[in-house]
Design a protein around this ligand. Structure first.
Ligand SMILES: [Zn+2]
Length: 243
């Protein structure tokens, strides 16, 4: 190896730090977005619950109206019962009266059920409102913290980026282009050290993908400063510390 490969090794170490700093910035921004989603999801649930409450109220009103009409019917039937002329007429009116009363009782218990639902839904709404308030406060706190952290991370990124530019200046254009391309493919991991395992005969593997590397490759790296890429994953191979 020589200045080109050494330069790439240095660039790789700066690249790692640059990616780590960028990841920290992304993570601190993501925390805020996750919290925003949390608030929005409770707000949506609250809206849906309120619509449900509205529908239940409409249904309640309708049933109460039904009940009122039925009560009027019952009053009419009672009056008719008093002026019934024959037993047959009386019996028929009585049956009708009892049926209407029974129907009324059903409607009444339906209304009671709905009222119970309403009460439960309304207390759920109140609970969600206070949850939203809590989560909003947490969001504000996270936003403030994230702003402070983001400034810190941005400064760190700028500093490491300057180091990166400096390290890149030493590397010739061709190898630098290869480095950038492979780094894009492997989330920043462009340079892979060759790992050596001692056995009866030494065997070598790519530190990126763990596939075997020939001894010729290792010899070439020992004697030359050429870019040799892993035949399997195309990462730029360098000699590890042990080699
Ligand atoms: Zn490989």
């Amino acid at each position: 190896m020589g200045p080109v490969l050494d330069g790439l090794i240095k660039l790789q170490s700066v690249e790692n730090r640059l990616r780590a700093a960028k990841a920290k910035l992304a993570r601190c921004r993501r925390t805020v977005i996750i919290q925003e989603n949390q608030v929005r999801s409770i707000q949506n649930a609250l809206e849906a619950k309120r619509e449900e409450v509205q529908l239940t109220k409409i249904q309640c009103d309708r049933l109460e109206l039904e009940l009122k009409t039925a009560d009027e019917d019952i009053a009419k039937l009672r009056a008719a019962l008093n002026s019934a002329r024959t037993n047959k007429e009386y019996a028929a009116l009585l049956t009708q009266l009892n049926t209407t009363k029974a129907d009324n009782a059903k409607v009444e218990s339906q209304i009671l059920e709905l009222m119970k639902d309403l009460e439960a839904d309304e207390s759920e709404c109140a609970q969600m409102c206070s949850q939203i308030e809590q989560q909003k406060q947490k969001l504000e706190q996270l936003r403030t913290e994230a702003e402070v952290s983001a400034k810190k991370y941005e400064a760190e990124i700028a500093q490491v980026q300057a180091e990166w530019n400096q390290a890149a200046r030493i590397v010739p254009r061709g190898p630098l282009e290869i480095f950038k391309r492979v780094a894009e493919t492997y989330d920043g991991q462009a340079v892979a050290p060759i790992d050596q395992s001692e056995g009866k005969t030494a065997s070598y593997t790519c530190g990126g993908c763990f596939m075997g590397i020939t001894a010729e490759c290792v010899n070439l790296l020992m004697t030359k400063d050429d870019i040799i890429r892993c035949p399997n994953c195309t990462r730029i191979l360098v000699l590890g510390d042990a080699s």
